[in-house]
Design a protein around this ligand. Sequence first.
Ligand SMILES: Cc1cc2nc3c(=O)[nH]c(=O)nc-3n(C[C@H](O)[C@H](O)[C@H](O)COP(=O)(O)OP(=O)(O)OC[C@H]3O[C@@H](n4cnc5c(N)ncnc54)[C@H](O)[C@@H]3O)c2cc1C
Length: 368
Amino acid sequence: MHDVMIVGAGPAGTAAAWDLLAAGCSVLLADKCDFPRKKACAGGITPKTLNLFRYDISPVIRRSCDRVRIGALGQKDFFIQGKGPLCHMTRREELDTFNLAQVIKLGARFEQIGPVSSVTESLSHVTVRTGGQQSGNGAGDGARYQARYLIGADGANSVIRRLILKHPKIMKSFAVEADVDIKNPMHQEMTFDFVPGLKGYYWVFPRDDHVNIGIYTLNGPKSNSMERLKRYALKRLGTHRLENIRGYPLGLGGYRHNPSARRVLLAGDAAGMCEPLLGEGLYGAVKSGQGAATAVIQALGGVTAGASGHYRTGLNRLKKDLLLYELSSRWFYRFPGMSLTLLSKPRIHQRFSHGFSDGLSLSQILKL
Ligand SMILES: Cc1cc2nc3c(=O)[nH]c(=O)nc-3n(C[C@H](O)[C@H](O)[C@H](O)COP(=O)(O)OP(=O)(O)OC[C@H]3O[C@@H](n4cnc5c(N)ncnc54)[C@H](O)[C@@H]3O)c2cc1C
């Protein structure tokens, strides 16, 4: 039996795996996909997220941007300049494959699994069944895994969440992204365009050999997202030829997450750890993955509060940040015009841009 089974080998799952392995735990990391696999994500890594990684991820950084253009589709554009990089651009399939390679090197066992059909907790361990109907004491035509703890890091549509929580509903936003092959992508600016009514924004993330664009919205998926994205590409980049179009929900509301299961913890989007203002989820994924690992290590070491208790305490700072983002996003998207006017004042945005490029979190910048 493994000490820990982790379902989901995205950033939350691999971050948890790395810390558990470094502490000497045995880890089974399971994913429905084999890697490399595609994942809808712009792959923007802020300095505070970069600082969380336990190893150097520079081999998968394709470009770093130290300024960002903010606007409303070409009107009122202004620039926010960091003291250093504000965002590092990666491709998610490369980042995730790189992370997985690091944890396999450290001793994780990786397995591609079928659909998880049940999770059962006992006093000493957790049993995860996949595939077909379970029969009697066996696993039917599926597979059965046992571990002392389970970490559900299977993203915004988490099956583990649905199987272990009485009220598994989670708040979600939605984003769609595409790659655009253009001449001189290095000349493009990192851009956020806020549009009234969208409750979100369009983005341009320039990488080394192409540009990634997308729409982030709190309004939920819309059938005309692709048309809107094409119109945006035409306006900002002069072309509507989009490639690799992908959309996916983002898991929000983690400021309310209250771990309660004895041997199962949720991390990343599965626990709603994405912030709602800009949809930055990689920070919350890595941070909560590491927090879940610490909680399990403490519980395995016999510290009495149990894994959920340790995790609750460990999540406090992240939850505070997520609450601040929740309040900011409510304000920002209720009054987008006024918010942009305020943000355009150097006195206001410099505090944020300098703090973000220094790798500070929102609560650290606001000194709360
Ligand atoms: C279009 C888009 C753009 C984004 N851009 C950014 C950005 O630039 N910067 C940023 O910080 N955040 C961004 N985000 C948010 C970010 O992608 C997520 O917050 C982040 O991926 C969450 O990481 P995670 O490890 O929790 O989950 P995921 O990355 O979703 O990983 C979950 C893993 O679990 C696996 N899985 C799912 N279900 C099962 C199952 N039933 N059984 C087994 N395995 C399963 C999946 O294959 C996957 O490997 C974006 C999101 C979207 C949709």
